[in-house]
Design a binder for this molecule. Structure first.
Ligand SMILES: Cc1cc2nc3c(=O)[nH]c(=O)nc-3n(C[C@H](O)[C@H](O)[C@H](O)COP(=O)(O)O)c2cc1C
Length: 166
């Protein structure tokens, strides 16, 4: 029997780790909105309020992300399956069929999200295929809509979870 491939094992461990789904958005210097779906979003610290996400340098929106001083993280709700599908497909005008507005920092804000952060970019850290972007939250909002969950390649409704025992 051949040795298990570390890459396969790594993927399978990731498939066992549930995350939310966000769309990172930016208003580019060409005057157009750009964005992509990410699940690498995480909190770094609360004081100061720092968050991070990793963007693949091969993403078509990467040059706009790398150049930006401000961005938004739109945390998707369970009703936004169409949004995650559109923003995980590369290129094109992803905002054409999406209801969105402009935030205080000029960043595009997608309507119907369960929460959102507007960020001032503080650090950009190269990591082989990705750049880790760390931003300081300068504005935040939320609703009571349940967030979307991503697990094992599928999307789930967090409004329908069973608490663990004990
Ligand atoms: C649930 C999910 C999570 C994703 N997370 C990331 C991520 O954290 N970073 C990233 O660069 N791409 C991530 N992607 C892939 C991008 O959304 C995808 O490559 C997208 O087409 C990039 O768009 P662009 O090429 O127009 O910039 C994710 C996709 C899905 C469906």
């Amino acid at each position: 029997m051949s040795e298990p491939d570390l890459g396969d094992i790594v993927r399978n461990v990731h498939r066992r780790y549930p995350t939310g789904v966000s769309v990172v958005t930016v208003m580019a210097s060409d005057g157009k909105p750009y964005g992509l779906a990410v699940n690498s979003f995480s909190s770094v610290s609360l004081d100061p309020p720092l968050i991070l996400f990793a963007v693949n340098v091969s993403a078509s929106s990467y040059p706009w992300m790398f150049a930006a001083d401000h961005m938004a993280v739109n945390v998707l709700s369970t009703s936004q399956t169409a949004v995650v599908k559109r923003f995980s497909r590369s290129g094109g005008d992803k905002f054409a069929d999406v209801d969105w507005t402009t935030g205080e920092t000029g960043s595009p804000l997608i309507k119907g999200c369960t929460g959102r952060f507007e960020l001032a970019v503080r650090y950009k850290i190269p990591a082989y295929t990705h750049t880790i972007i760390i931003g300081e939250v300068v504005n935040a909002e939320y609703t009571d809509d349940p967030p979307m969950i991503y697990l094992g390649g599928a999307f789930y409704d967090s409004g329908d979870l069973t608490p663990t025992e004990g």
